[in-house]
Design a protein around this ligand. Structure first.
Ligand code: AMP
Length: 548
């Protein structure tokens, strides 16, 4: 007997449907942006939708067609939001680039993605002028500002003005319908070896992620919220908030480059923000400002903290001193990014407060749409008993299947069943499905929510004539969570000081990626196959105090 097929409409899940929905049902709801230019700008979801259409027209006028990549180097702001929707909605691909990377890395990423247009904020004009000679494929440079702020001259020939491009169009544009599996955006993640790798999201994966992330046991977004994403729009689409806030039609507040404690606090208060999201490091800055000035939040009620482990003390301060609910979340670029969030079940209501707190401190339970397992080194699933610790693997409609431009599959099998993405995180899971990260098997350092490749650091050290062998590991840091520590064996008879080696990094890597400290040792621990035993090294230096 053939299966009986469903008889519901076939409508592709397209990103344009999110912005059309927001414009239709929350058309007068505000989008507030603190601009790079210094002032506060106000528009609405209807305004964003209208200008996204004009942006789509402008890109078509520049000769861009389906599949072309339009890159951004930009802060969280309304123009960036218009580019998000204007590109994806018209079948172009939005490629958000992290401006904190070293210029060579940015150029490599833009060339790998095959970017045709680069849109950027005023802040990044000097950077883009330096990059331009190395960006072979970029045909158009768009400065995201108005005529009044355009530079009198620039090293970039034919620099285009965003406002002029948008103003020149009439907005008579209908969002096209196409296959929901079409690419919508690309985001690069720092690889553990070699170059960064591109995660290509589809319309389908982005819309499903927006649905999942707005659920009550996830970010719990509603039309009654005022949302301020501190997490940048260049880092995994600001955890999908530009999409999920359109889906629920709530007010959105975009802080631009103004991420210090004072600026954020003033924006939270002025715009009556109820919900925010970001990495632990930004909350440190905000909390320090609020506490040292003895201030209170009037409307802020809930925050998602993730990207790195949320320190329990920070969680407690936000909960107890400021009555802000903290939702600890885990995710990855390869997961669009949401995987798990820590929310209690009804049955946990009966637990003593301290036990509830311990659950909330874990990385949490999966959102529907994500399937997870922990496995041993032979690919066998381990029990969910909160004790067995194994490699965390996931699968689902918003999990990466393959990287851009990389033929090899990253996927692994669980008990012989193929199709699981290995996260590089090591975790336990309890009987209720609460996942807790216990370690990381991938060889990277995460400082203030941004990756530093230990391999890049080691390669530079090894290029120094006095270095025999070097290993970069993460050392604990109170502000940045992790900072790089270099463990070095000198060549026999060679002399080399900490200062000399650190000076060697200048100009070879972004300043903030330079190690904080160097420890000289006689030898490094190795495995039987000759690899450096990073785990052992991390244990040896667990209590290492970095210089202030
Ligand atoms: P990214 O792709 O830059 O978002 O980084 C993803 C990685 O950040 C994960 O694989 C983890 O190693 C780490 N990470 C993200 N969220 C958390 C968290 N809540 N606790 C610990 N590590 C986290």
């Amino acid at each position: 007997m053939p299966a009986l097929m469903g008889q519901m409409m076939q409508m592709p899940l397209l990103i344009s449907s999110l912005i059309r929905h927001a414009a239709r049902h929350a058309g007068d709801t505000e989008i507030v942006s603190k601009r790079v230019e210094g002032d506060v700008h106000r528009t609405t979801w209807a305004g964003i939708e209208e200008r996204s259409r004009r942006f789509a027209q402008a890109m078509a006028r520049l000769g861009c067609g389906a599949g072309d990549r339009v890159a951004t180097l930009a802060w969280n702001g309304y123009r960036h939001l218009e580019i998000y929707y204007g590109t994806s909605g018209s079948q172009l691909v939005c490629h958000t680039i992290n401006p904190r990377l070293f210029p060579e890395q940015i150029a490599w990423i833009a060339n790998d993605a095959g970017d045709r247009v680069l849109c950027f904020d005023l802040t990044f004009l000097p950077l883009v002028e330096k990059l331009a000679p190395h960006l072979g494929g970029v045909q158009h440079y768009v400065l995201m500002t108005d005529r009044a702020h355009m530079p009198a001259s620039s090293a970039i020939a034919n620099l285009l003005c965003y406002e002029e491009l948008v103003d020149a169009e009439d907005g008579r544009y209908t969002w096209p319908e196409f296959d929901e599996n079409t690419a919508s955006s690309i985001c690069y993640t720092s690889g553990t070896t070699g170059h960064p790798k591109g995660a290509v999201y589809s319309h389908r994966s982005s819309v499903l992620h927006a649905y999942g992330s707005a659920l009550p046991d996830a970010m719990d977004c509603s039309a009654a919220d005022v949302v301020l994403p501190v997490v940048p729009m260049f880092h995994v689409n600001a955890w999908g908030l530009p999409y999920s806030t359109a889906l629920v039609g709530c007010k959105l507040v975009l802080p631009g480059p103004h991420l210090d404690g004072k600026s954020l606090y003033e924006l939270f208060e002025a715009e009556r923000v109820t919900f925010s999201a970001g990495v632990p490091t930004v909350w440190l800055g905000l909390l320090t400002y609020v506490q040292s000035n003895d201030l209170k939040f009037s409307t802020f009620r809930r925050t998602v903290i993730g990207g790195s482990a949320c320190p329990p003390a920070m969680m407690k301060t936000l909960q107890e001193r400021f009555s802000v609910e903290v939702i600890h979340a885990w995710g990855m670029t390869e997961l669009s990014p949401l995987g798990t969030l820590s929310k209690l079940k009804a049955k946990h209501g009966a637990l003593p407060r301290e036990e509830q707190q311990r659950l909330l401190e874990k990385q949490g339970r999966v959102v529907y749409g994500i399937d997870m397992a922990i496995i041993d080194d032979d690919g066998h699933a381990l029990p969910w008993d909160a004790k067995a610790s194994g490699n965390l693997v996931v699968r689902g409609p918003w999990v990466i299947g393959s990287y851009f431009n990389r033929p090899e599959s990253p996927l692994v099998s669980v008990d012989g069943e193929p199709g699981w993405f290995p996260t590089g995180d090591v975790a336990t899971i309890d009987a209720d499905g609460f996942m807790q990260i216990t370690d990381r098997s991938k060889d990277v350092i995460k400082s203030g929510g941004e990756w530093i490749s230990s391999i890049d650091l080691e390669n530079i050290a090894m290029a120094h004539p006095a270095v025999h062998e070097a290993a970069a590991i993460a050392a604990r840091h109170p502000k940045w969570d992790e900072r790089p520590l270099l463990v070095v064996v000198r060549k026999p008879g060679a002399s080399l000081t900490r200062e000399e080696l650190l000076a060697f990094y200048e100009g070879r890597i972004a300043k903030w990626q330079i190690p904080d400290d160097v420890a000289f040792v006689d030898e490094l621990p190795h495995t039987a196959t000759g690899k450096i035993q990073k785990l052992k090294l991390r244990e040896l230096f667990r209590d290492h105090r970095l210089p202030a």
